[in-house]
Design a protein around this ligand. Structure first.
Ligand code: TYD
Length: 213
């Protein structure tokens, strides 16, 4: 059985990742490819339970180290039980956030460092990387606007962090993409949902099977 592919969507808060991940999975299915849409933190019952602990922490919340370990633990379960078996069966896994979110949020904005986050990933998930990673980007004005508009009461423990944290996250994604241009594809997230979807398809055209491209 031919191995499938693994594609992650990354970016800061409110960039439309979930919508675009869903549209890509739907597009693949419509072209006869078995697509599995999933998300992080989460995707399996165990990882979804950890998600709840991360986004709505009991007590005082997590220190940076514990937070990174919980994300790595959730990812370990997700990779072992869902992502790797699906890709082995020939499916395409489309994941809303993955390792690069830990690198950007915990590693850079949370100041734990990239080496530590990668080490946890090596232990937890054998270092599995996506075949392609789409980073959705919006202009800094638009990001600032979205940050301003965010409702403080409805956001979660990580989404609710201050602007400087989120600006560091966005800068980190840009830096990762520049360092590893083979895997990363920066896609302009402005415009209509349909326009952005077309840009996503263009970005991954080289790895799409003939019937999809
Ligand atoms: P979610 O509601 O899925 O956010 P979004 O809609 O912005 O994708 O919540 C996930 C939150 O967890 C988000 O703030 C990013 C954060 N996160 C990390 O800090 N590290 C990680 O490794 C992952 C996967 C997510």
């Amino acid at each position: 059985m031919m191995r499938g592919r693994f594609i992650s969507f990354e970016g800061g808060e409110g960039m439309g990742k979930s919508t675009q991940a869903r549209l890509l999975a739907k597009h693949l299915e419509e072209h006869g490819i078995n697509a599995v849409l999933t998300r992080e933190p989460g995707g399996t019952p165990g990882a979804e339970a950890i998600r709840e602990l991360l986004l709505h922490p009991p007590g005082e919340g997590w220190e940076a180290e514990a937070e990174a370990l919980l994300f790595a633990a959730a990812r370990s379960d997700h990779v072992a039980r869902l992502i790797e078996p699906a890709v082995q069966k020939g499916s395409w896994v489309i994941c809303d956030r993955y390792l690069d979110s830990s690198r950007a949020y915990q590693g850079e904005a949370g100041k734990l460092g990239d080496a530590a986050v990668r080490q946890l990933h090596a232990i937890g998930s054998h270092g599995l990387l996506p075949d392609a990673t789409i980073v959705l980007r919006a202009s800094s004005d638009q990001v600032a606007q979205r940050l301003r508009e965010r409702d403080g009461d409805e956001t979660d423990a990580i989404g609710g962090r201050d602007d400087s944290y989120h600006l560091a996250v966005n800068a980190a994604f840009e830096a990762f993409a520049a360092e590893e241009p083979g895997r990363f594809h920066i896609v302009d997230g402005e415009g209509t949902v349909g326009e952005v979807h077309q840009r996503v398809l263009q970005a991954i055209l080289p790895i799409l099977p003939e019937q999809v491209g």
